[in-house]
Design a protein. Structure first.
Length: 97
């Protein structure tokens, strides 16, 4: 029963994170687009990158990486957010033992 609850909670959280993963795709990008993702956008996209990847397998409207970004700071935030996600997942896995 505990396994079923954990599985259900994981699926609900996965769907929640995938629903937040809408990013401008290459076909929709316009050089005149006023919204450019910076450090915090990169951090968020790094944290949801696994969920964005899963969502991108089912929908062309979801991208893993934002096309309209400001370069180095976005990349730095993306790597930091992804590292945080890996550390968080690793911590959750270690606490279950």
């Amino acid at each position: 029963m505990k396994y079923l609850k954990t599985l259900l909670l994981t699926l609900v959280l996965l769907l929640l994170f995938v629903s937040c993963a809408d990013v401008v795709t290459i076909t929709e990008f316009s050089p005149t687009d006023p919204h450019i993702y910076g450090f915090w956008g990169g951090t968020w996209h790094g944290m949801i990158t696994v969920f964005s990847f899963i969502g991108s397998l089912f929908s062309d409207d979801i991208a893993v990486y934002a096309v309209s970004n400001n370069g180095g700071w976005y990349d730095f935030g993306f790597v930091g957010g992804f590292s945080f996600l890996i550390k968080l997942i690793g911590g959750i896995g270690n606490s279950s033992n």
